[in-house]
Write a protein that binds this ligand. Structure first.
Ligand SMILES: Nc1ncnc2c1ncn2[C@@H]1O[C@H](COP(=O)(O)OP(=O)(O)OP(=O)(O)O)[C@@H](O)[C@H]1O
Length: 583
């Protein structure tokens, strides 16, 4: 009920269209019910004239027919206009809800995404909102309200034409209520299964598409296909069940009931046929049959729609779950980095607070210094960077930049002063230039060219037909991984950050390119605080300080020479790597 009320509240964003749409739809339904009464007048006039052996006034008949056509046409036009208005309104409301869900998703803490497949989150924003559009925002106004009004109007008209038949047909209502109850009971689990299988298909497909090259590298195509087919089969099975249920409960069964009712009504009319005199006019019989025919369509729609509304409610619940996730609390206070001096003051942190992955981390890095972070996989190197970017806040201790505790400052402003080159650089759809300027109007094409030149990418870009305006599609798949990395370096250079993070940045580049980038990096590092997450210890030999992490603790620290002199953990790692690269 809460979800239902909350969904209804969205109608207010399109009040005008919904109001006019419903009014027009109401007029259309009422005129459609009025039309048979005009038909009745015509039929009764002709039959009365024939019975009395009087001539039929054709001009009167044409007038009545014209009126009948006008009413029918008016009803159709109102129906068309209301459909357009209600469709516009339901699309408008859905767009708003989808915008809201997307914007809200972006405010959620990184931890929200840790245990959720991307496909499931996008299914809430795309598929569930689409489900709400068709099954709620459109159906509720266009079908439910109108059908309820139509049923009421037909009953009123039937009472007006024949109180006995109207009363008798009221008996159908409890029957329809039971029918609907049974339908919902049977349809609910099928619909739930169906929605789940669609969501599974979504996340499965998203996962495979993202890792398509890995799937091919490990020859997993057949396994992936088999898994996909299994989920797809579940989807098909639930669809077939749903079709069988719809067929038996709604359409075939309803025709049977309709015929029964029609038969009973005609039998009743037959009992009124005494001594060759009909108790009703022919026109009345036409109206009654027309109304009974008319009555079943909206009732059927209502029976079927309740289950689609129920589906929409479960979709709505999922969308609202996302909207109700508490956004990450953030400060309005903007930070400015004067120097970019970083301090970790006794920092302890765990993604799960009970399982710390960083324990009592203490270090400081001054402007212009390079800090190397080394350690085995899972030792906590990326977690240090995550805290520096304020993707997470530590449970104990504090991270400070220029003596300013990060927790007190706005996340976006912190990140705006930092640059990062990831192991697998991410390129956005657009052009090379837009990937370097990141759509910051202050970064001109000249600055983009300059940054490319500094990182040694000028030559490769010059060979492209559109130069810096060469399109980037599909995360830059058409560029080599080294080229992508060069673009990412140029991006970092152009943004002129106070703090630089290089995550294994040179590991994917051939020796020649590596030399070029090493040179460019020496230039760009000048005057900035730089963190290098390095697996290959050769890349951090010149670092001012190397932090050797083990199981979330700093095990050793110092320069490369100092750590070699210590001849412990780092020295062991270094010798091991030297042996491997030498062999
Ligand atoms: N989002 C997360 N949720 C829960 N635990 C996480 C998350 N990210 C990392 N961890 C855990 O935190 C610990 C430290 O991970 P971290 O990524 O910092 O290590 P790392 O030294 O950067 O490893 P690698 O060199 O493999 O990238 C690991 O035990 C890891 O399993």
């Amino acid at each position: 009920m809460k979800t239902f009320k909350r969904l209804l509240s969205y109608f207010k964003y399109e009040t005008r269209r919904y109001t006019f749409g419903v009014i027009l739809s109401f007029i259309s339904a009422m005129t459609a019910i009025y039309a048979p009464l005009v038909g009745k007048e015509m039929i009764d006039y002709v039959s009365e004239q024939m019975t009395a052996n009087s001539p039929v006034d054709f001009s009167l008949l044409i007038q009545q027919f014209g009126w009948f056509m006008l009413v029918t046409l008016f009803s159709s036009l109102c129906g068309y206009a209301s459909y357009i208005l209600l469709s516009y309104a339901s699309n408008g409301v859905s767009k708003r809800l989808r915008d809201e869900a997307f914007a809200h998703m972006q405010t959620l803490p990184i931890s929200y995404f840790d245990d959720k497949p991307a496909g499931k989150i996008s299914a809430r924003i795309v598929n569930d909102v689409e489900l709400l559009r068709t099954n709620f925002f459109l159906n509720f106004s266009n079908v439910v309200i109108i059908n309820v009004l139509t049923v009421i109007a037909i009953y009123v008209a039937l009472f007006f034409v024949s109180p006995q038949i109207g009363t008798a047909l009221l008996l159908l209502l409890p029957f329809f209520a039971v029918w609907q109850w049974v339908y919902i009971k049977l349809a609910a689990p099928i619909n739930k299964q169906w929605r789940e299988s669609v969501s599974e298909l979504n996340s499965h497909t998203a996962e495979i598409v993202q890792g398509v090259s890995i799937v091919q590298l490990f020859h997993q195509e057949d396994n992936m296909l088999a898994e996909f087919e299994e989920t797809n089969q579940t989807w098909l099975n639930t669809r077939l069940k749903s079709i069988r249920l719809d067929g038996s409960l709604s359409w075939d069964f309803s025709t049977f009931i309709k015929n029964l009712v029609m038969f009973a009504v005609l039998m009743y009319l037959g009992t009124r046929f005494v001594d060759g005199v009909l108790g009703f006019s022919i026109g009345t019989i036409y109206v009654i049959i027309n109304y009974i025919n008319h009555l079943f369509d909206p009732i059927l729609n209502l029976v079927r729609l309740m289950s689609t509304i129920q589906q929409a409610l479960s979709g709505g619940k999922r969308v609202f779950e996302l909207l109700d996730e508490t956004p990450e609390a953030d400060s309005d206070q903007e930070i400015t980095f004067k120097q970019g001096n970083v301090t970790f003051d006794n920092v302890s942190f765990g993604y799960n607070p009970d399982k710390p992955v960083l324990k009592n981390i203490n270090f400081s890095a001054q402007k212009g210094e390079t800090i190397g972070l080394v350690g085995h996989t899972g030792s906590g190197k990326s977690s240090i960077i995550n805290l520096l970017f304020r993707f997470y806040d530590p449970q104990n201790g504090q991270v400070l930049i220029d003596e300013q505790p990060l927790v007190e400052y706005n996340r976006e402003s912190i990140r705006s002063h930092m640059g990062i080159v990831l192991q697998e650089p991410y390129l956005f759809s657009g052009t090379i230039a837009s990937n370097i300027s990141m759509n910051d109007p202050r970064i001109t094409d000249e600055m983009v060219e300059e940054a490319l030149e500094k990182v040694g990418a000028k030559e490769f870009v010059a060979k492209l037909s559109k130069g810096i305006h060469e399109p980037v599609v599909e995360k830059g798949q058409s560029f080599s991984s080294g080229e992508r990395q060069l673009i990412a370096f140029a991006r970092t250079l152009a943004s002129n950050p106070k703090i630089l993070i290089l995550d294994e940045a040179t590991s994917h580049i051939d020796t020649e390119t590596e030399e070029m980038i090493q040179h460019a990096m020496e230039v760009v590092k000048e005057g900035r605080t730089t963190f290098i997450i390095a697996h290959r210890l050769s890349t951090i030999q010149n670092a001012n300080q190397i932090l050797v992490l083990d199981n979330g603790e700093i095990k050793e620290r110092g320069t490369h020479e100092h750590l070699l002199e210590l001849n412990q953990y780092y020295a062991e790692m270094y010798q091991l790597q030297a042996q491997v690269s030498g062999s």
